[in-house]
Design a protein around this ligand. Structure first.
Ligand code: OOG
Ligand code: NI
Length: 456
């Protein structure tokens, strides 16, 4: 029997992320405008900063820049979340990280489905921030039961998607043709629906409880609510948005602008008001879909992250109500306490690095010693920052809130429940920090193993 050739899961993810971007551009034309803006700002940044160009190229970041993006969806129950886990596995995307958004008054908890291996990340790091609605946090017993009943009636997956997920699991992958079918079928789950499954009164009641509940419960599927290209200069994109007809959120989330970017900075154009037909034919609107941009920096160690969290909290106490310029100025001052050069961050153990032998290092031998810092001093080893591939709960809450009309209650605060999330998911989530620590450790080990043995 001829062997079937299976497509690498990385290729399935690449096809899917491109198809999703095309679908979202057709659905939300402003997202297409945002992509063009990001592409031209990236181009300008690279030509103005040849050193940045060189570094990104050396790190393999340049090749993935134009395909890099993340998206987000919100689902209603365990059955939906666990099936999504199986769907994303077809594309080599696995749950990494646990994010508790109840802390910020949003009744969800989340993970990010994303590739984990170096090669997979380098090829296409497409990530989907996936939130599970927490009906148990809803005050009203009646609304909770009503929501559960509505959600129990829908199936967000096509029969074709289910069949292809099973086929992937049974044969360990999909053929190229099956992958194309899978992409088409899986896209249906993320598509926008102009008609709600409920009448206007039900929508209104859920909306009054929390806008997010209406968004998750009232439609046939968990429409993709944004896609996010990666920019090299988020401040510039934010500045240029209004001239192109986009309404940016008030402030850029995350750390301030720095010489050596850390973690993640994010902003968005605000969600659009879109017309909806409700059951019983009433017309109304719903606001859910937006476009986001991100600028990524180096991943921080637990020590670096603790410093980031501490400074972020200090900054937040001083920035309430400020416009972006003033907000960034305050954050800039507060973050002066965070060393802003790669050597200092490395020596102080604040960030993760990937180590490799330089040309001189490849010619050197083990007499050079085993102390990585000394090897760097001698020019035998180079350390490159490892890019942060994950998300930040405070920033995510800021993105949620500015697109939910802001000012949501803090009523759910402090309800992290990773165990319940993992039960619903049907798997545990990988700890993101352990992934960076392992990548750093493996690179150090291979540097040391790569120094030539001396024969006596
Ligand atoms: C997700 C918001 C969080 C991010 O980039 O932090 C997010 C949502 O609105 O569903 O996408
Ligand atoms: Ni996002």
């Amino acid at each position: 029997m001829p062997q079937t050739t299976l497509l690498p899961t990385d290729a399935v993810r690449d096809r899917f992320s491109k198809a999703m971007s095309a679908m979202y551009q057709a659905e939300v034309p402003q997202y297409g405008t945002l992509l063009e803006l990001v592409a031209s700002v990236n181009q300008e940044t690279l030509s103005q900063q040849p050193e940045l160009h060189r570094r990104l190229e050396a790190q393999g970041e340049l090749a993935r820049l134009s395909v890099e993006r993340h998206g987000a969806i919100r689902v209603g129950n365990a059955a939906e979340l666990s099936m999504l886990r199986r769907l994303f596995a077809v594309m080599g995307m696995y749950p990494v990280g646990y994010y508790d958004l109840s802390e910020a008054g949003v009744p969800v908890h989340s993970t990010a489905f994303r590739p984990v291996d170096d090669d997979a990340l380098a090829m296409n790091p497409f990530r989907v921030f996936t939130s599970l609605l927490r009906l148990e946090l809803i005050e009203s017993e009646t609304l909770r039961q009503r929501s559960e009943a509505i959600l129990a009636q829908r199936d967000i997956f096509t029969p074709g998607a289910r069949a292809l997920i099973e086929r992937h699991e049974a044969q360990g992958g999909l053929t190229s043709e099956e992958a194309d079918q899978f992409v088409n079928e899986a896209l249906e789950t993320f598509r926008w629906h102009q008609d709600a499954t409920v009448d206007l009164d039900t929508y209104q009641a859920l909306h009054d409880e929390h806008r997010l509940i209406a968004d998750v419960v009232c439609f046939r599927g968990p429409h993709i609510n944004h896609l996010t290209p990666r920019t090299l200069d988020i401040d510039e994109v934010q500045r240029r948005m209004p001239a192109l007809g986009m309404n940016p959120k008030a402030v850029i989330e995350g750390p301030p602008r720095r010489e050596c970017p850390i973690l993640l900075r994010q902003t968005s154009f605000k969600a659009l008001e879109e017309s909806i037909r409700f059951a019983g034919d009433a017309e109304g609107t719903h606001t859910a879909r937006f476009g986001e941009i991100e600028q990524r920096g180096v991943a921080l160690t637990p020590k670096g992250r603790a410093l980031y969290d501490q400074l972020l909290n200090e900054g937040r106490k001083q920035t309430a109500g400020l416009d972006n310029e003033a907000h960034q100025a305050v954050m800039g001052k507060v973050f002066a306490a965070f060393p802003d050069n790669a050597d200092a961050m490395r020596r102080e153990g604040l960030a993760y690095f990937h180590y490799h032998l330089t040309a001189a290092g490849q010619a050197a031998n083990e007499n050079a010693g085993r102390d990585i810092e000394a090897l760097i001093e001698q020019g035998l080893v180079e350390a490159q920052p490892i890019t942060y591939e994950d998300f930040l709960p405070v920033s995510a809450a800021g993105i949620f809130q500015s697109n939910l009309g802001g000012g949501q209650s803090e009523a759910y605060a402090g309800n992290a429940n990773r165990g319940a999330f993992e039960d619903a998911l049907g798997a545990s989530v990988t700890d993101e920090l352990s992934l960076y620590a392992e990548r750093e450790r493996a690179s150090k080990a291979s540097v040391l193993a790569g120094l030539q043995t001396v024969c006596y």
